[in-house]
Design a protein around this ligand. Structure first.
Ligand code: GTP
Ligand code: ZN
Length: 204
């Protein structure tokens, strides 16, 4: 494909998850009930607005932000990796509803088109705004880029601290979990795989 900037491989492609699954008033009532169950008085002056704040916070954290998958023709025939590193990632563990936060690297080996750089982080942000496990989040980002960008390879690495593991339970403060998902040449070709992992600081 040639021409100017485009969105998607075959015309405009907008990715939308509007969070319509979140019933904010019902969530507000549920937070008030949770406070009561925890032995707190949701009518106390300092807690009066808390159910609304918590409900709105979860609605925000669980609502993906729309974005366009802007791509450009790879006119120069660029055939090396493009890797965005140090992308902040924040999501909610589906087991405890506590945050896990860290950094991610998202990269690809371009095919006929190259991707707007910010979109690597936007895809990640989109899938992170959900109740997640780190493995699924990592795979969803890699799968989505493979399916929508048609690159020669895709790689995603996430290193994150889970508050459910660092603040409670085993309280393994500062422990990090590293997950990866690789497709195409980044999975099959040993040298490409090693190069990607080296660029992300994951390789030994
Ligand atoms: N694989 C995976 N596990 C996760 C993730 N986030 C949280 N967990 C784990 O989910 C598991 C839930 O196990 P349970 O035994 O049901 O929960 P729990 O009693 O709170 O477990 P402890 O944390 O060991 O006290 C825990 O081991 C968590 O550490 C994740 O992203 N991926
Ligand atoms: Zn958890």
């Amino acid at each position: 494909m040639t021409g100017g900037p485009a969105t998607g491989l075959a015309g405009p492609l907008r990715v939308v998850r509007d969070g319509s699954g979140v019933d904010v008033p019902a969530a507000e009532r549920a937070v008030a009930a949770l406070l009561r169950a925890l032995g707190r008085d949701p009518a106390a002056p300092h807690l009066a607005e808390t159910p609304r704040r918590v409900a709105e916070a979860y609605a925000e954290l669980l609502t993906g932000r729309p974005f366009a998958l802007t791509t450009f023709p790879n006119d120069g025939g660029y055939d090396e990796m493009v890797v965005a590193t140090g992308i902040p990632v924040a999501s909610l563990c589906e087991h405890h509803l506590l945050p896990f936060t860290g950094v991610a690297s998202v990269g690809h080996l371009p095919g006929e088109r190259i991707l707007g750089l910010s979109k690597l982080a936007r895809v990640l942000d989109h899938f992170a705004r959900d109740l997640q496990v780190q493995e699924r989040l990592t795979q969803q980002v890699a799968d989505w880029l493979r399916d929508h960008l048609a690159p020669r390879g895709v790689g995603v690495v996430i290193a994150a601290e889970h508050q459910c593991t660092s603040l409670r339970g085993i309280r393994a403060a500062a422990s990090r979990t590293v997950t990866s998902a690789l497709h195409g040449l980044l999975r099959e070709d040993v040298r490409s795989r090693q190069e990607f992992l080296a660029l992300t600081g994951t390789a030994a």
